[in-house]
Ligand binder design. Structure first.
Ligand code: AMP
Length: 428
């Protein structure tokens, strides 16, 4: 029966997977706190126009868009930034800057499903609004590194570029923004020949094509050396020179923080999204060849949404892919051993007492289940063992007469009779 399967591109998260998802989400939330980002919750459904205004053609064509029953053209959010920018341009427009905002939740894109690529996936998203300084860019990269480290991932590498370099060259050659966008998109997909053909067709000078070609090939792990070479290559293109200098400063701050971030600078790196104006980056692990997160600077978006001109830099992490990377690297979850309890009445007539004692335990913040299947003690204990519950509180006739119950430690396989009022003290 096909209706019993999830829709293509959609997945269920069974308890173990759901636990890992929530674990990553909790780490992301903690990183937000550590860096001073406040959480906001925005709707999954937004106006199509709002989302389309921000998304590049790539994402625009893959949105889950539809008319609602009120004939509004809406879509499921393909990312968070448009929603955050809407809020900053409206409800939070008078808030003092900087604004540091965090969101986490599901996003939707009609991507071709494959490993690490789904149609519903989860992102943790951080936006730092109001600063155009390189320390803001450095902070976004550092917090991404903090998140990867805090979930236990090893050997993360950052690929860092700067769209201001490529755009700076093209702008001074008077290439239209549309052409620039198309070129950047082709470069993002590494279709360099097509990209350079577009530049030639736009009647740019030979020097421009040559410079772009040299930049496309320039990448490496000696980040300061590469950044210096970019500066050299773009000499004479004023805006591109400023961009290269900005990239250098960002790298310097990251280095001065002593964060131990492994980075590669890629001068031809051009993330698909059209709205980036400055530094851009992605983070990967060697085991998986797709990005676990990516972001960059977008200084014009808030203005595009009718807000005050507000420089901004942000990042979105793919929680599903972080989960995949953790599984591939066999990263264990930090174990918080919870002392879980099951309360088992030995007779049906004691179920009321079981309800009372379980309520009492939960009031004391102890996770407690009641035996609801009416099973005999041996069966109920076997089941509790299988589910790694630590304690059983057994309500027996003889003990109950004396106001007591049996508390059994299922790992030590020891038990003792305890007065009901003292049960909580026994559970440690
Ligand atoms: P983007 O908004 O395109 O910069 O994406 C940010 C992050 O979201 C990427 O680095 C991925 O980790 C994740 N991501 C993007 N598309 C998908 C997808 N179809 N399935 C799962 N994760 C995705």
């Amino acid at each position: 029966m096909s209706q019993l399967k999830t829709v293509r591109g959609m997945r269920d998260f069974l308890p173990e997977e759901a636990k890992r998802m929530k674990y990553i989400e909790a780490k992301a939330r903690r990183v937000a706190e550590l860096y001073g980002y406040q959480e906001i919750i925005t709707p999954v459904v937004e106006s199509y126009e709002l989302l389309a205004a921000k998304a590049g053609e790539e994402i625009r064509s893959r949105m889950f868009a539809f008319r609602d029953l009120g004939d509004r053209m809406v879509a499921l959010r393909p990312e968070f930034t448009a929603s955050v920018a809407r809020i900053v341009a409206t409800a939070l427009k008078n808030e003092p800057k900087p604004l540091r905002l965090f969101s986490v939740g599901s996003v939707y894109r009609y991507d071709e499903p494959q490993k690490g690529r789904y149609r519903e996936f989860w992102q943790s998203n951080y936006e730092l609004m109001g600063s155009k300084k390189p320390e803001a860019d450095a902070e976004i990269i550092m917090l991404t590194n903090s998140l990867m480290k805090s979930v236990g991932l090893r050997n993360c590498t950052f690929k860092i570029g700067h769209v201001g370099v490529l755009r700076g060259v093209m702008t001074e050659e008077n290439l239209y923004e549309d052409t620039q966008n198309a070129v950047m998109q082709l470069m993002d997909k590494k279709q360099y020949d097509e990209a350079f053909k577009l530049v030639k067709d736009a009647k740019a000078k030979e020097k421009c094509v040559k410079t772009l070609k040299k930049l496309a090939e320039l990448k490496g792990g000696g980040v300061f050396e590469i950044a210096e070479r970019i500066k050299e290559y773009v000499k004479g293109y004023e805006k591109a020179e400023a961009a290269a200098e900005n990239l250098y400063e960002i790298l310097k701050l990251i280095s001065e923080s002593k964060s131990k971030i492994a980075a590669v600078v890629d001068a031809g790196f051009a993330r698909g999204l059209e709205y980036y104006t400055g530094m851009i980056f992605e983070v990967t692990v060697p085991e998986i060849d797709i990005a676990l997160g990516g972001g960059g600077r977008y200084d014009r978006l808030i203005e595009l949404f009718g807000g005050e001109p507000t420089p901004a830099v942000g990042v979105a992490h793919g929680i599903d892919r972080i989960m995949l990377a953790m599984q591939t690297q066999k990263t264990p979850l930090e174990k918080k051993e919870e002392r879980r309890v099951v309360v088992i009445p030995t007779k049906n007539e004691f179920i009321g007492r079981a309800m009372e004692i379980s309520r009492m335990l939960r009031d004391a913040d102890i996770p407690t289940e009641v035996e609801v299947m009416g099973r005999k003690i041996a069966k109920a204990l076997e089941d509790a063992d299988r589910r790694r519950i630590k304690y059983a509180v057994i309500i027996g006739e003889k003990e109950l007469k004396e106001g007591s119950v049996v508390v059994r430690d299922l790992t030590k396989r020891e038990q003792k009779t305890v007065e009901i009022e003292k049960v909580i003290e026994e559970i440690v």
